[in-house]
Design a protein around this ligand. Structure first.
Ligand code: DHB
Ligand code: FE
Length: 286
């Protein structure tokens, strides 16, 4: 059976792609952020995942405001990216795990999540930047299942709903008959606002609360309304919905293995975390 080995969440600011292309790892502006990936590199080398299920939000490359599904699941053999206008190199394609995608789509629909199924799907910086950060040699050893959550066009799904979506995905992964090592990923956040009178807004105290509570008390965060979340975290801070889904998919005993928080990267409070996930029965046997 497939096993959920843990989760990674990270900011997906496009400027990171430019910094990677220009190899600015040791530049004083970038070093505190890139250093946060040393542990991620170590963890990935140790855990050797086969598949990454990635919760992210599309920013207008694949879906636009005219048609915007609340939840969309990729079921493609390959995911291409395109120039989004950020002035960063277009990423290479990423291989998809089609069979796992359909298994997870079936699980979600049985669990009453009526998702959009995408046999063709472009992936934007919210997938490609985290991939480039997690595997800096750009030889990506995993297949992916991308799951897009609407964080753009209101009304957005609630934090509680995204947590439940993650729970369903977690159960789906654990009922998949192939022996795969699956990691879950949440991208975006933490606090940021890109436009309007509060452009540049960052809330360090609230970010710390999120990082402190998401491991052991995610239900506390799930109680916030979207409007309160925007107040506390900024209009784009709602990308935390992707983190909530990632956390929901960790169905075992969850522990924080790594946390890096750095302000700012571009307009964003940048955070990178690694969470371990140990199945209850494995723990008892250990
Ligand atoms: C920035 C952050 C984002 O999450 C994004 O999607 C685009 C830009 C930024 O801080 O520049
Ligand atoms: Fe974003």
């Amino acid at each position: 059976m497939a096993a959920i080995i843990g989760g990674v969440a990270t900011t997906h600011v496009p400027a990171i792609g430019k910094a990677i292309a220009e190899k600015k790892y040791n530049d004083p502006y970038w070093k505190p952020f890139f250093k946060g990936f040393d542990y991620v590199d170590y963890w990935l080398a140790r855990e050797k995942p086969d598949v990454a299920v990635i919760f992210y939000n599309d920013h207008g490359l694949n879906f636009f405001l005219d048609k915007l599904p609340t939840f969309a699941v990729g079921a493609a053999k390959e995911y291409r990216s395109e120039d989004e206008g950020w002035g960063i190199p277009v990423s290479r394609s990423v291989a998809g795990d089609v069979d796992l995608s359909w298994h997870l789509i079936n699980t979600l629909v049985v669990d009453e999540f009526d998702v959009t199924m995408c046999q063709e799907m472009l992936i934007d910086h919210a997938v490609t930047i985290p991939m480039a950060l997690m595997w800096p040699d750009q030889k990506w050893p995993v297949k992916i299942v991308p799951i897009s959550i609407n964080t753009v066009q209101h009304p957005l799904p609630s934090l509680a709903r995204c947590f439940k979506l993650g729970r369903s995905i977690g159960r789906g992964i654990e009922s998949y008959p192939q022996n795969l090592r699956v990691m879950v990923v949440g991208t975006g956040g933490l606090s940021h606002q890109l436009d309007g009178p509060r452009a540049g807004f960052i809330n360090k105290a609230f970010d710390q609360l999120c990082l402190d509570k998401i491991v052991a008390e995610p239900q506390l965060l799930a109680r916030y309304s979207i409007h309160d979340w925007v107040k506390e975290s900024g209009a784009q801070g709602v990308e935390f919905l992707n983190w909530m889904a990632m956390r929901g998919a960790l169905t075992g005993k969850v522990s924080e293995l790594h946390r890096n928080y750095h302000i700012p990267i571009s307009n964003t409070a940048a955070a990178t975390v690694v969470y371990g996930n140990v199945k209850e029965v494995q723990r008892q046997a250990a």
